[in-house]
Design a protein. Structure first.
Length: 140
């Protein structure tokens, strides 16, 4: 009986994590259980290291630590975490295929960007036009 309750609890926790990944980027109000699970996960990238593009949801601008859904648009591959994100990427709703380089302020295509974790974050990302721009940014 205890094992069934434990498995049910784990299932509910996993489902809540999956469902919360497609909400808006304002995910600061995660419950303590989700936060605990996030802390226990092994981060697959070190701070400052280029992230694997396929593990980033380009709509939520979040490092998801798992392969995302590839979206081919005009010969470039973008990634989304759910069908809603896929639709936004296909139609470039709200300009989600682009970001701004934090160093230069220039428009950056997320499909070709140098992507890193935002300082002091475990899942928010920054998009740079190049590795050179990123290296200059960290010197500031």
């Amino acid at each position: 009986m205890k094992r069934k309750k434990y498995l049910l609890g784990i299932s509910v926790l996993v489902l809540s994590i999956i469902l919360s990944s497609c909400t808006s980027t304002n995910q600061k109000k995660q419950d303590s259980k989700t936060t605990t699970v996030q802390k226990e996960k092994v981060v697959t990238a070190q701070k400052g290291a280029k992230l694997k593009s396929s593990e980033v949801c380009y709509v939520n601008n979040a490092f998801m630590r798992a392969e995302q859904i590839p979206v081919m648009v005009e010969g470039k591959i973008y990634y989304g975490c759910c069908e809603g994100c896929v639709d936004k990427l296909k139609n470039n709703l709200d300009g989600v295929r682009y970001s701004t380089d934090p160093l230069t302020g220039e428009k950056v295509d997320k499909a070709t960007a140098y992507i890193v974790l935002k300082p002091n974050s475990t899942n928010d990302v920054l998009y740079f036009a190049s590795e050179k721009n990123y290296n200059e940014f960290v010197k500031l």
